[in-house]
Design a protein around this ligand. Structure first.
Ligand code: HEC
Length: 305
């Protein structure tokens, strides 16, 4: 009997423990800071993102009309939400937990910081601390230039990004950059998205076995992810860093986009015959309709032929 009660007590304890479990971000994530300053434009983008991705569960800020889930999604204006550091919110958005989805693949890191800037607009006491390592106020810059070069001994492609800020050419720090190699169809992402450092530099590990053209040339496309801040900043570069590969032109072998000379004769005949047959049939039907029309307009007393 006593055993049974002890067992029940244990179950109750475990349940209480589980439901009381807080969602805590790891320390090294919790100290992360936004690479750019929050301002009206980041808050506006953040508000749009919040309304499309979060509002259905977290409700209108400050209204506590959250969706009925266990555990409840906290209102973004609540103390529970606002006691999170910027880094821990960023981590939780990337990670997800239970019914709270992960936004790792749907919202870029820069846009997650913008959502956070919107969340912070419901906290009067909040004072932003910007990442001093990247040390910039606001990522936006105009006339962005991207310089792509090859670091041979490290097998890395380097991007150097600068732009006009406060009417001076300055490195663009803390911006998410992506490198692509042009393929037949679309672009292939090289390495992963990287953030530029204080010098506006980002390094991408280049695979040793990527096929280039017959001379090993690879066409690279360098891009900044954040179009809202930089416009369509982009640089095309061709570097001889691929494995020389002979790639036959798309119409060398028989293929859909080929010219008529390479069509097998049976296909050409079958096609011509089918087209003629279809048109012939349409013509036959039209002639039959015409015959019916002529027969119908004949006078009653007119003799048959
Ligand atoms: C499908 C519903 C759903 C959506 C959509 C959703 N959340 Fe959540 N969110 C939850 C739930 C449920 C929790 C509580 C999770 C827990 O504590 O186990 C939560 C927790 C959180 C937390 C952690 C709060 C804490 O306890 O520290 C943050 C931050 C957060 N959400 C932000 C967002 C943002 C920003 C978005 C949109 C980009 C979003 N959520 C979209 C359901 C959702």
């Amino acid at each position: 009997m006593i055993k049974k009660y002890l067992f029940l007590a244990l179950i109750v304890l475990i349940t209480l423990r589980l439901s009381a479990q807080e969602w805590v971000a790891p320390a090294e994530e919790a100290v992360k800071l936004s690479p750019f300053a929050f301002n009206d434009s980041t808050r506006k983008v953040g508000a749009d993102l919040y309304n499309t991705n979060c509002k259905s569960c977290h409700g209108d800020p400050g209204k506590n009309n959250v969706i009925n889930l266990v555990p409840v999604p906290p209102d973004i204006a609540s103390v529970k939400m606002q006691t999170n550091t910027d880094g821990s919110i960023h981590f939780k958005l990337i990670q997800g937990k239970g019914t709270m989805p992960s936004f790792k693949n749907t919202i870029s890191s820069g846009d997650l910081w913008r959502v956070i800037s919107y969340i912070r607009s419901y906290n009067e006491k909040y004072v932003q601390v910007i990442d001093t390592k990247t040390g910039i106020a606001g990522t936006s810059a105009s006339n962005v230039k991207i310089l792509v070069s090859w670091i041979k001994d490290k097998n890395q492609v380097q991007m150097l990004i600068s732009g006009m800020k406060e009417s001076k050419v300055q490195p663009v720090a803390g911006a998410e950059a992506k490198l692509f190699a042009k393929r037949y169809f679309g672009n292939l992402l090289i390495d992963e998205a990287r953030n530029t450092d204080a010098q506006g530099k980002a390094l991408f590990n280049f695979p040793k076995d990527l096929p280039g053209d017959s001379a090993g040339f690879v066409q690279l496309v360098a891009k900044l992810s954040d179009e809202a801040a930089f416009g369509e900043a982009k640089a095309d570069t061709t570097l001889a860093i691929g494995v020389p590969t002979y790639r036959p032109p798309l119409n060398e072998q028989r293929a859909m986009w080929n010219v008529v000379q390479k069509t097998p004769i049976w296909l050409l005949l079958a096609y011509t015959f089918t087209v003629l047959a279809v048109w012939g049939f349409i013509f036959y039907v039209l002639m039959q309709i015409r015959a019916i029309y002529i027969a119908g307009s004949r006078k009653e007393d007119e003799p048959l032929n």
